[in-house]
Design a protein around this ligand. Structure first.
Ligand code: C5P
Length: 208
């Protein structure tokens, strides 16, 4: 399996991260959460006092990302979600992060999760999963996650923010969120993490 790239794409809070991390461990491949690159870029723009929609500021931040930026403790939460999605719509930002992601996967193979891994970053990946779930199921999971981290919020607010981010990610001109033509779709609405992992593993075996 060395050298194999597995693309895991889908909307926010569909369970891609947990799934991709477990698949990587199972297959002995490195794992990359590509959303972190956009989150860290968004955070750097906010730190500089700029607007995440400012193309110049965002591209500059993306081009000078360092490993410490990816390890920041404040990359999760509604503010980082919004900033990530805003910078992710800027073509210069995506171009700056593209080689980084390709280099990561090309060297030893990898499982990467994101929005455009199967469509843009690794269009030739032998395995592409599109992981999805109903907006309500995704909002419920994200709400529980936030509660767990001590962030008290309304489930309805989480649902609204999630749908706004999906609409922005699917509606942008560059690398919009959509399944690759050859992606296998996995709907996790009725599955817990364990069942989702088993289903994903079966799909991966079918392709490798
Ligand atoms: O996956 P995560 O929710 O951490 O991603 C945060 C944001 O980064 C997404 O809403 C999306 O706008 C952007 N993103 C992207 N392409 C990727 C990964 C994330 O546009 N491959």
């Amino acid at each position: 399996l060395r050298g194999t790239v597995i693309a895991v794409d889908g909307p926010a809070a569909a369970g891609k991260g947990t799934l991709a991390r477990r698949l990587a461990a199972e297959l002995g491949l490195p794992y990359l959460d590509t959303g972190l690159l956009y989150r860290a870029t968004g955070r750097r723009v906010l730190d500089a006092g700029a607007d995440p929609r400012d193309a110049g500021a965002a591209e500059g931040a993306a081009r000078s990302l360092s490993p410490t930026d990816l390890a920041r403790p404040d990359l999760r939460g509604p503010e980082a979600d919004r900033a990530a999605s805003a910078v992710a719509a800027i073509p210069g930002v995506r171009a700056a992060l593209l080689d980084w992601q390709r280099d990561f996967g090309r060297t030893h193979g990898a499982v990467l999760d994101g929005r455009d891994i199967g469509t843009v970053v690794f269009p030739d990946a032998p395995v592409k999963l599109f992981v999805t779930a109903s907006p309500e199921a995704r909002a419920h999971r994200r709400w529980l996650e936030l509660l767990d981290r001590g962030v008290a919020t309304e489930e309805a607010t989480v649902l609204k923010e999630l749908q706004a981010r999906d609409a922005q990610d699917a509606g942008r001109d560059v690398a919009p969120l959509k399944p690759a033509n050859d992606a296998l779709t996995l709907d996790t609405t009725a599955l817990d993490a364990e069942a989702a992992f088993r289903a994903a593993r079966a799909l991966v075996r079918q392709r490798l």
